[in-house]
Design a protein around this ligand. Structure first.
Ligand code: WT7
Length: 659
């Protein structure tokens, strides 16, 4: 049967991949009966369940007084109140005495093949302490914010853990963001120190990074010091009195490898991570100490079934939440071995991932559907060149994985037998919420399967009433969990209105989904004006406001257009200032403009110049129509409120000319 036919029949008779029963005994949750018992227990007695997990997984300097204090009105959630702990202690110090001192904590594979660094727990501890002392010398104290704008190099992990050692709050800005995006994020969090690097090595090229930092710092009054890691060989200009080299700081005479950790309260802020929302301004999602770490460790253990001897590899960039939770905090809290990779899947050849799996004998591999689709196009020959026999669990995250990609992954990487855990979660949830448990959950390609034990995920209608089986609706979580975000930095109003105002007594995810008769979740995508490009969240409003900031643009509307590899790609409708004629130069100029305003990931793939946009009589742009046009559909629904229906015909023509 052809792949296509297989997929068709699979969808028709709802084919299920049953777990290998023989492997069950080894798995963390040993089957669906055990899952049901655990889930029921966790929902009936959440405080008992999460309290036990927090005690089992973390070391507390003093016990918490209560497990949960929840108030949906304010809203305010406190987990493990009164408990005192430290994240760097839990990720490092305690492993120095539990027999893992000389175990590899971090295996770093640089972009050049010969660049490999392995840090044992002891070595990582030493480096973290030294850098924590550097930060201390710079005046960084508990609660201060430190911005990290760095490539995927070990110093990033070291800087994160150094912040947590001092109780400082890190705010990582993905190195692919532009100086303008960096500036607004630093400014919003009022960071005192910026850690960056001279360059990023990517696909054989050296891309300067420090100039972006310099540009941003022109308008960041809060930043007193900038520490620069040397990664490339390019010339760097250093600002006297503000900038210094990481290696000079670390090697200074008064920097020692002893640095006491701060005893933090469970609810002390741990990090801020900015994410796109439906308005132009990114939200600073705040995670706190005890709940976040408990949840990251708990989900790493349950979902990836990490064993002490395993090599575990999550291919995400630490600039996104996936890297925070599943390269650094979850695995290190468990004392696992985590692989960190600087390069890209396609360079020098589209077999780089499989070569690394073979090289380090990776057991657990976690990546994104967009990567699978891109590698799938290169042909399966690339997967055959290496021995992938060490693999035991495969994971997927970022967007729904289409059955075709699922089957390819399963067959070519999983040898037709490994479980694929399709993990649904968000920056805001801190960790995985809906996912299969390996060797326990029967799998349906394309479904993230069931909510994890203790996670109360529901599909509801707009009025809050429960949706029936297979009826599309809003995905909500109506019980708190330890990894939930605690606020939007500096904007509690937005925290409330975005997440807790839609449905009373519940967290609103912003995704549309359905739940089938077996309780399996099928995520359909964002319900707000957020698009998902290669598993990265982009706010359409953010791109629109970048476009209209250009002198020649009067109006812009951005929508996601279905894309074979990226899931969605960015499609912008632009109206120009009167008298302006669109041409290729302007087109290039606008793309470069968005790159500069936000970063390469936000660059529209298509820009359609239009005389007008479809607006209702009240002046609201009808995005639904714009989305339908890029999907090539003419099912526009009710367009009776449009002020000028003629606009739509023009737009369809313009779209045909472009695609
Ligand atoms: C949005 C969150 C959480 C890590 C990566 C992205 C989409 C994420 C899945 C999945 C279907 C998924 C959702 C979600 N999403 N994972 N397995 N199946 N959709 O984090 O940038 O906060 O984006 O990504 O739409 O809301 P993020």
């Amino acid at each position: 049967m052809s792949e296509e036919k297989k997929i068709e029949s699979l969808q028709k008779d709802g084919q299920i991949f049953m777990p290998d029963v023989e492997k069950r005994e080894e798995a963390w949750v040993g089957g669906m009966d055990e899952y049901e018992v655990l889930h029921k227990r966790a929902l009936e007695d959440p405080e008992g369940y999460w309290g036990e997990r927090a005690t089992e997984l973390l070391t507390w300097f003093s016990d918490f007084d209560s497990v949960l204090e929840a108030d949906y009105e304010t809203p305010e959630f406190k987990w493990f109140s009164g408990g005192r702990t430290n994240v760097s202690y839990n990720c490092l110090d305690r492993h120095l005495v539990d027999g893992r001192r000389n175990k590899a904590a971090l295996i770093w594979q640089g972009e050049p093949e010969e660049d490999v660094r392995v840090y044992t727990y002891q070595m990582l501890h030493t480096e973290v302490c030294r850098f924590a002392n550097v930060l201390k010398k710079k005046g960084v104290k508990r609660g201060d914010r430190v911005a990290l704008y760095m490539p995927m190099i070990p110093e990033l992990t070291i800087a994160m853990l150094a912040c947590t050692r001092l109780g400082a709050v890190h705010s990582i800005v993905f190195a692919g963001f532009s100086s303008i995006a960096l500036q607004s994020r630093i400014d919003d969090s009022a960071a005192r120190v910026l850690v960056t690097s001279d360059a990023v090595l990517r696909a054989g090229k050296t891309i300067a990074l420090k100039p972006n930092a310099d540009e941003a710092l022109k308008d960041c009054p809060s930043v007193e010091q900038c520490i620069v890691v040397q990664r490339g060989t390019n010339d760097v200009s250093m600002v006297e009195g503000r900038d210094s080299w990481w290696h000079d700081e670390i090697n200074a005479e008064d920097i020692t490898s002893e640095c006491p950790y701060e005893e933090m309260d469970a609810e002390d802020p741990l990090f801020i991570l900015y994410t796109s929302g439906s308005t132009g301004k990114p939200k600073g999602v705040l995670h706190t100490t005890g709940g976040y770490l408990t949840y990251a460790a708990h989900t790493t253990q349950h979902v990836f079934d990490v064993k002490d001897d395993d090599v575990y590899w999550c291919t995400a960039d630490i600039g996104w939440i996936t890297g925070h939770s599943y390269i650094v905090y979850g695995p290190l809290a468990l004392g696992a071995t985590s692989v960190m990779f600087e390069g890209v899947p396609s360079y020098p050849n589209p077999d780089r991932f499989w070569q690394i799996v073979d090289k380090f004998k990776v057991n657990i591999f976690y990546t994104a559907p967009t990567v699978i689709r891109a590698l799938m196009r290169e042909g399966e020959e690339w997967t055959r060149k290496y021995d992938l026999g060490s693999l035991r669990v495969l994971g997927s995250v970022g967007e729904p994985i289409n059955p075709e990609a699922w089957l390819w992954y399963h067959k070519n990487i999983g040898g037709g037998k490994l479980p694929i855990v399709d993990t649904w979660w968000q920056t805001e949830t801190g960790g995985i919420m809906i996912s299969a448990l390996p060797y326990a959950t029967p799998l349906k390609p394309g479904s993230a399967t069931r909510a994890l034990p203790g996670i109360s995920a529901k599909i509801v209608r707009r009025d809050g009433s429960p949706a029936g089986p297979n009826e599309g609706g809003h995905l909500i979580i109506d019980k708190p969990w330890p990894g939930m975000l605690r606020t939007v930095w500096g904007d509690p109003e937005r925290y409330k209105s975005t997440y807790f105002s839609g449905f009373s007594g519940a967290y609103e995810a912003g995704d549309g989904a359905r739940c089938d008769e077996d309780g399996y979740f099928w995520i359909m995508g964002r319900l707000d004006d957020v698009i998902n490009v290669s598993g990265h969240r982009m706010g359409t409003a953010e791109i629109e406001s970048a476009l209209v900031a250009h002198a020649d643009v009067t109006e812009a509307a951005v929508v996601g257009m279905p894309h074979e590899v990226k899931g969605e790609t960015i499609y912008a409708y632009v109206t120009l200032r009167s008298g302006m004629e669109p041409d290729d130069d302007l087109l290039k100029d606008l793309k470069a403009w968005v790159r500069k305003e936000i970063g390469p990931i936000a660059t529209p793939e298509f820009i359609q110049f239009a005389d007008g946009l479809p607006k209702t009589r009240s002046g609201k742009i009808m995005r639904r129509v714009l989305r339908k046009i890029v999907e090539g559909s003419d099912q526009f629904g009710d367009t009776s409120t449009l002020a000028d229906p003629g606009v739509v015909t023009d737009l369809i023509e313009g779209n045909r000319d472009l695609i």
